[in-house]
Write a protein that binds this ligand. Structure first.
Ligand code: ZN
Ligand code: ZN
Length: 470
């Protein structure tokens, strides 16, 4: 059922209820007192600019936080210390384990017909080349589907190259069609005999910077090196191939997998302990790890600091909300949502106590839409929340199928109700997973508004006692 048709039906029911004196709670699930406190929180968040301040601290004092690196450990220590300093009622870590990977060095070049040095970056988890590199002819595919359609053995001894360019879209929907090659390209290329896999970066910029990101191998399929070219370099390579002569490419990459070496990180959790049912909690999610390029100020420093600031503003109220609020900074997200999967394993029995969740892991712009994923009765409360967010430019999606973003999608699929807040993501993939993910890209005004929305949402959900599953 779409939300619009539901609210339309409610208006009719509200009229009939007055005719038949039938007590029907079509309006005002949220009391005036709760709404007025939420509006106070809005003013606090808009004035404070706390998330921006915290992100400056994280990106200056810690920087890149790839799982298994010293930066990641520093990030965990920073988050624990900062949450304690902000006055969270409880702060703790839950261990997360993953395996070691080293980026090493990369050298990529077109050898012939027109020699060019290329800017490229290893995909996360890729094996390296033999020491002297791999020199082979390049075969271009316009997208992942074209690579999949290539005949068995048709790439024997060749380098497979997917040149698909990601489209810029406000909601980031250009990412899915592009990122499939990053995840699966090396597998499909190797199945057809390729000795290496290269691709156009998954990004919307024209900088001479490669975009890294996770990739996969499949049991029984040879592990071949995988790298992404910057967009301008992908243009050069495609232009050469278009001339119809064989193009020889050389990739030398010293990245290495250490699948038997366990590295440890953590999910960091800060709690605002509820005054009536502390065992029930509203979850604000983000991920603390980042890639090893840039400083992770955007991905996901923005999410880490918006959710921490939201908790702090609620802690500063004269009394705690009825339910608890847990700000969860997940570890090892970039390498396959590892932290949240281990969180779910550990907290499986508690999933019923996760009353609702919202994550931030996308965009540098302002939130323009709120999409719920709740039970039909709870839609009334969601509509009242949306009315409070509307003056900040947020519309309510007609759909009610949100499962939570990034990490929280794992909890959403395990049964936790969720709200997805969508910010303007037009610029996000210019910086995503590159050296350009730095603090100057963070918009202080957007941070204030987005923090106000997350703060109000967490408070409204925790104080109202609404059952979002019904
Ligand atoms: Zn992210
Ligand atoms: Zn990321």
């Amino acid at each position: 059922m779409s939300f619009r048709s539901f609210s339309g039906a409610c208006a009719v029911l509200a009229i009939s209820s007055s005719l038949f004196s039938h007590p029907l709670q079509a309006e005002d699930i949220l009391s005036e007192q709760i709404k007025s406190t939420a509006l106070e929180l809005k003013e606090t968040a808009l004035k404070a600019g706390l998330a921006y301040e915290l992100d400056e601290s994280l990106s200056t004092e810690v920087g890149a936080r790839r799982v298994g690196t010293p930066g990641d450990k520093k990030g965990v220590d920073w988050a624990v210390a900062k949450m304690k300093a902000l006055g969270f009622d409880k702060v703790w870590t839950e261990e997360v384990t993953h395996v070691m990977w080293e980026r090493g060095e990369i050298n990529a070049e077109v050898i012939s017909p027109y020699p060019h040095k290329m800017t490229a970056i290893a995909l996360g988890g890729s094996v390296g080349t033999p020491e002297g590199g791999i020199k082979a002819e390049v075969v271009e595919f316009e997208n992942f589907a074209a690579l999949q359609a290539a005949a068995p053995d048709s790439l024997t001894g060749k380098i497979a190259y997917v040149s698909y360019r990601m489209e810029r879209k406000i909601d980031g929907s250009g990412y899915g069609p592009a990122v499939i090659a990053r995840g699966q390209g090396a597998i499909e290329a190797a199945k057809r005999g390729a000795v290496a896999f290269i691709m156009r970066s998954v990004g919307t910029d024209n900088n001479r910077l490669g975009h890294t990101g996770g990739m996969k191998y499949e049991d029984g399929v040879p592990m071949i090196p995988a790298a992404a070219l910057s967009n301008p370099d992908a243009d050069i390579l495609s232009n050469q191939i278009r001339r119809g002569k064989p193009v020889t490419f050389k990739l030398t990459q010293s990245s290495s997998r250490h699948d038997a070496t366990v590295v440890k990180t953590a999910n960091v959790i800060g709690e605002v302990t509820g005054r009536e049912t502390p065992e029930d909690y509203v979850v604000l999610g983000s991920h603390l790890d980042s890639w090893d390029v840039g400083t992770g100020a955007v991905d996901d420093g923005i999410g880490v600091t918006i959710t921490m600031a939201a908790g702090k503003h609620i802690l500063d109220l004269p009394q705690r909300p009825k339910r608890s609020i847990r700000v969860v900074l997940f570890g090892a997200e970039e390498v396959g949502l590892i932290g949240v999967r281990q969180y779910l394993e550990k907290n499986q029995a508690e999933i019923g106590h996760h009353v609702i969740g919202a994550e931030w892991d996308f965009g540098v712009g302002r939130i323009y839409e709120m999409k719920p994923g709740v039970g039909p009765e709870a839609l009334n409360a969601i509509r009242e929340m949306a009315e409070l967010f509307a003056p900040m430019g947020v519309s309510l999606s007609p759909d009610n199928d949100a499962k939570g973003q990034s990490d929280l999608s794992i909890l959403g699929n395990a049964g936790m109700p969720a709200v997805n807040f969508s910010p303007d993501g037009s610029l996000y993939f210019d910086y995503h997973h590159t050296d350009n993910d730095t603090f100057d890209k963070v918009d202080p005004e957007a941070m204030k508004i987005n923090t106000a929305i997350y703060t109000m949402f967490a408070y409204l959900a925790a104080e109202s006692g609404v059952n979002f599953r019904k």
